[in-house]
Every structure is written in C-alpha cells, then in structure tokens.
Design a protein around this ligand. Structure first.
Ligand code: IMP
Length: 178
C-alpha cells in the first residue's frame, strides 16, 4: 500500500456522512418556509468537498456561490491582511445567506469574511463549518452550524490540505510529523 503521509485517521468516512446528514437536517429545519432560494457560499478551496455533500442533504431550493480569500504570509499562520482573490458572482443584498467553511481555527479568516459579507446587507447571514478547533481561537466567531469539534492538531483530507495536497482523502487524518 502506498504511503499516504497520514499518521492516523481522526474522522472516518462514516462519521463524516453522519455529520453532514445532521447538518443538512438542521439547516433544512432552520430555513423551512424560506420564500426565496437560500444562497450557500463556499469559501474556497477547503470547503468544496464538504459543500458538494452538504448541498445534497439540504432539502430546500438553493443556489451556490464561491468566494476565495488568501492571507498574506506563509499560508500556515493567519496574518493580519486578507485579500479577496475571487469575489461572488451574484449580489447577496436582501438574501438569506449561509457561509460554509472547512475549518474554523483562529477565527481570523471567518470573522473578516463575515464582515465583508455583512457589508453587502444580506437579509440574514449564518455560518456553517465542518470542523471547529476552538482551542486555537483568537477571534470570536458565532458558529450557527458546527460539524465536529477537534483538538489542536493539523488535519488533512475531505477538502483540507497541507501545501495543496491530501484534499482528495475521503477521511480526515492527522499528518505524520516527519
Ligand atoms: P483561521 O483564519 O485561523 O480560522 O484559519 C482558517 C483556515 O486555515 C481554514 O480555512 C484552512 O484553510 C486553514 N486551516 C486551519 N487549520 C487547518 C488544519 O488543521 N488543516 C488544514 N487547514 C487548516
């Protein structure tokens, strides 16, 4: 078997499926009776795998859009400056918006992005994250729909990367340290 670079599996495919189903139910219940399509916005690139699964278990009319931001610096530490590298394709003014993230770590990225989105005057703005690492938080973020809370470990797979690799793993794993 080829070396995957993964030391151990933290979240199995089965647990991911159960988590996504639970989030889909909660989001469907929360927005029941919505009078226009829900706008589901994925933060690229990490959220794309989770987004693809999540939208298929939300039983509501919806549209999707994507946003890409990058932080200046080496990519492993969230620095102060945030740059939008891909904007939304559509206006979110007066729309019900669900922002989807792969993981909230320090909370820096999400709180900045939330500020940017709020300035566009959506009717409502809620956040959904697949993973949450609360022990690393330096910027408070109110998470409306949270998948799985994990300890302070660097994880990969199911869309999450290390140096752009491992996004295609169907599970979430912890990297070997060497
Ligand atoms: P924050 O601004 O510190 O909350 O960082 C959020 C971003 O950092 C996420 O969208 C991920 O791209 C990246 N990130 C944070 N922790 C991890 C991890 O354990 N594995 C992979 N990416 C991570």
């Amino acid at each position: 078997m080829p070396d995957t670079g993964i030391e151990r599996i933290l979240i199995t495919e089965e647990e991911i499926a159960r988590t996504v189903a639970r989030l889909g139910d909660a989001i469907t219940t929360c927005y029941a009776g919505i009078d226009r399509e829900l706008v589901v916005i994925g933060l690229l690139r990490g959220s794309f795998v989770f987004m693809a699964d999540l939208i298929r278990v939300i039983r509501l009319p919806l549209v999707v859009d994507f946003l890409s931001v990058s932080t200046y610096g080496d990519g492993t530490v969230s620095s102060g400056e945030l740059r939008m590298t891909k904007d939304l394709e559509q206006s979110i003014e007066d729309r019900d918006v669900l922002l989807v993230e792969d993981i909230v770590d320090t909370g820096h990225t999400f709180s900045k992005v939330l500020g940017l989105m709020q300035a566009r005057r959506p009717r409502s703005l809620k956040v959904c994250t697949f993973l949450d690492k609360p022990s690393r938080r330096t910027c408070e973020v109110a998470i409306d729909f949270c998948g799985i809370t994990i300890p302070n470990e660097f994880v990969c797979g199911y869309g999450l990367d290390f140096a752009q690799r491992y996004r295609n793993l169907p599970y979430v794993g912890v990297l070997k340290t060497d």
